[in-house]
Design a protein around this ligand. Structure first.
Ligand SMILES: [Cu+2]
Length: 697
């Protein structure tokens, strides 16, 4: 029986070894005369491991990997194919949702255009404008799509390995050089890109001379993976200079987010990067763009800026706003606008992330409406808006239809504008930023969207007549939650948060999220102490042992006021290890005596805004034992102490994350961290616990 392998030596991704795993390279047919194929090179076709292609299946061929003109053939009835399966997941096109098998393997789904920036290797870009994006993969004979309850069910993908080195490097986003702390020499760091259901291994090496580091993957549930949450002093010690730490986790969610250092003010120095997890969408788009990370950049060291923030009434002012590391410094007249060129008449998926330390903004593109399809890692029922509030740590997936004609030169401003308000009342949103005054329509321009063939000059378009502030948009998740009554005592859990100006703690007036500001020991993480019966009160640890995985704990957070007459403020509140439902969010303290909760499919996400002098009521499911941070994502506030840790189902943590072996990486890391500190205890440039001036996260 002759074997026939049409293109046995073809390797579509020979430029990047890490991608080869995603592709099948053997196709054997017992009798080539029983089937036909058009000329071209075999890239991939598919069905899952237990499946075989069947008669009538559509097979995709590509001429070559750089210029993927798509061709296809159909297997004839009784075509007999043997194959060795090496690829997963399998992206399904719209036809498979109608009962036919039309599947392709890919690293990046069709429509991902490498010309827009980030990519590993060489993704292809066939013409799939009619593609139904609600469908994702066929895997093990099952289709995973937008209706799959991803909390409990997800495809089984492949393992992708990434190496991240945290090091110091001079970067100059606006031409002004600064020693930054960056990932793989890039600012922002490289994209971590994968598919829903993949397992991710990230080897982090710290080569910074004087600081530790960690990497936290913002918004991932880290289900049964608390030990890889990357929160120093909670789940591990900082990674010492010269040491490495390997994070491993499975992607149960999809969408986009970011990873960042959780070590002190380090991410403000550039230690962060984007994450994209390809998956289904609640609305169709043609192409997706590389994620856009909005960051505020300080010419001064972020560590110094943090220090200043502790002793001045207003936080330090940023020098410029960057989009993917590019920005215009209005004071010095240097730097550049972020540029994006797109084609006319297409629907583009934009992935927006606020990776700032202290900057809240509204994102908009002149003349273009935004169709919002995802909020944080939650797919939502699409809604339209012309301007979108993005708090620190929040993300939005938005579809933009490039069908506008208003601009004479085919260019449109992208804007990140903000509102300040009165610091003394509920209108307060944030402090003014140097060089970026609120309501100043020149400085809020940060990027240019150009249609291909656009004329010379800057855009001449005007901003939407939009109201900006710090209010989260209201939306409905695609997969609905009904929030059941709380397991905990909500009256006890109604707290006032803010800054306590009555007494200094650890040398400063500090922000707090509980009865006292959090103050952690870098060298003694919670996870290595989970046998404890009592805790240092400065660790601000809240044990909850409710063990109904479908049950909820409610948190009531009031901004300012209370018995200590705290100063309020607007704060992006972020919970690790869970999405939470927003049961109430608004002005004034929450009325605990007459509570009104929105329990019918409320907005759900992992970072939500606590309004100034207002309240935020959130509810999370007690389904993921571990030690999880709840904190304000303003870097200065988190460093000040505005955080607490939830110790969820303490007795079950060890077995939940895999028993004693799961603690070994943290134990080893802590030994190395302690040795590093001991070695450098007389070195004034190296962190010394005696001089600790921040909370430890
Ligand atoms: Cu805050």
């Amino acid at each position: 029986m002759p074997n026939y392998s049409p293109f046995p030596s073809y390797d579509p991704y020979r430029t990047n070894r890490s991608l080869r795993r995603g592709f099948m390279n053997d196709l054997q047919v017992t009798d080539p005369s029983t089937w036909s194929y058009t000329r071209g090179r075999f890239v991939a076709f598919g069905a899952a491991a237990e499946q075989r292609p069947e008669a009538g299946d559509m097979i995709y061929l590509f001429q070559n990997s750089m210029d993927p003109s798509e061709e296809s053939f159909r297997l004839r009835p009784n075509g007999n194919i043997y194959y060795r399966f090496r690829c997963t997941p399998l992206v399904c096109g719209n036809m498979s949702c109608q009962g036919q098998t039309r599947v392709m393997t890919s690293f990046a789904p069709p429509g991902w255009d490498s010309s827009h920036g980030y990519h590993y290797g060489n993704p292809f870009n066939p013409q799939h404008q009619t593609r139904d994006r609600s469908c994702w993969v066929k895997n093990h004979g099952k289709t995973y799509n937008i209706d799959t309850d991803y909390e409990d069910d997800f495809p089984v993908g492949i393992t992708r390995t990434f190496d991240l080195e945290i090091s110091e490097k001079v970067v100059s986003p606006d031409g002004f050089p600064k020693v930054a702390q960056v990932v793989n020499g890039q600012f922002p760091g490289p994209l971590i890109e994968a598919c829903w259901g993949d397992t991710i291994v990230v080897n982090v090496k710290n080569t910074i001379k004087n600081n530790g580091t960690t990497v936290h993957f913002h918004g991932l549930r880290m289900f049964q993976e608390n030990n890889f949450d990357g929160a120093n002093a909670i789940t591990q010690c900082p990674i010492a200079q010269g040491d490495s730490f390997t994070y491993k986790f499975q992607l149960r969610q999809y969408g986009h987010s970011w990873y960042h250092s959780h070590y002190s003010s380090q991410y403000g120095e550039g230690t962060f990067g984007p994450v994209v997890i390809h998956g289904p969408s609640t609305a169709n788009w043609d192409e997706e763009l590389a994620p856009i990370m909005v960051h505020e950049w300080h010419h001064a060291s972020a560590y110094d800026a943090f220090h200043d923030s502790m002793f001045s009434p207003a936080p330090p002012k940023a020098d410029l706003i960057t989009l993917n590391g590019i920005g215009r410094n209005h004071e010095l007249g240097i730097g550049a606008y972020f540029q994006k060129t797109i084609e006319e008449g297409k629907k583009y998926l934009f992935r927006i992330t606020n990776s700032a330390i202290d900057f809240h903004f509204h994102f908009s593109i002149d003349n273009h409406l935004l169709q919002v399809v995802s909020v944080d890692y939650v797919p939502i029922k699409p809604f339209w808006t012309n301007s979108l509030s993005v708090g620190i740590g929040q993300r939005y997936g938005v579809i933009v239809h490039t069908n506008q004609t208003a601009s004479a030169n085919g260019k449109y401003w992208m804007r990140t504008e903000y509102f300040d308000g009165n610091v003394k009342d509920s209108t307060f949103c944030q402090f003014p930023q140097q060089n970026y005054p609120p309501n100043q329509t020149d400085t809020q321009r940060v990027g240019v969207l150009s249609y291909s063939g656009a004329g010379p000059g800057e855009p001449t378009t005007t901003r939407w007549n939009a109201t900006v502030g710090c209010k989260d948009p209201v939306f409905e998740p695609h997969l609905e939650w009904r929030v059941t009554p709380p397991q905990n005592d909500v009256v006890k859990n109604a707290r006032y948060v803010g800054i306590d100006r009555s007494k200094e703690m650890h040398g400063a007036f500090r922000w707090l999220l509980a009865e006292q500001p959090q103050w952690l020991n870098y060298s003694n993480p919670t996870l290595l102490n989970i046998a404890n019966a009592s805790w240092n009160s400065e660790y601000v640890l809240e044990p909850y042992s409710y063990n109904d995985p479908e049950g909820f704990v409610y948190f009531i957070i009031n901004s300012g006021g209370g018995p200590s007459k705290l100063t309020g403020g607007t704060h992006p509140i972020h919970l690790h290890g869970h999405d939470f439902a927003i049961l109430s969010q608004g002005l004034g303290p929450f009325d605990v005596a007459n509570p009104i909760y929105n329990t019918e499919n409320p907005p759900r996400r992992d970072t939500a805004m606590l309004p100034a002098m207002g309240h935020l009521v959130l509810a999370y499911k007690t389904d993921n034992p571990g030690a999880w941070l709840l904190h304000c994502h303003i870097g200065w506030h988190a460093g000040s102490g505005m955080s607490l840790q939830i110790l969820e189902r303490q007795q079950e943590i060890s077995s939940w994350i895999g028993g004693s072996a799961a603690f070994e990486p943290a134990k080893r890391g802590c030994r190395n961290w302690s040795e590093f500190l001991a070695r450098h205890k007389n070195d004034p440039d190296v962190f010394n616990p005696i001089g600790q001036d921040d909370s430890g996260i």
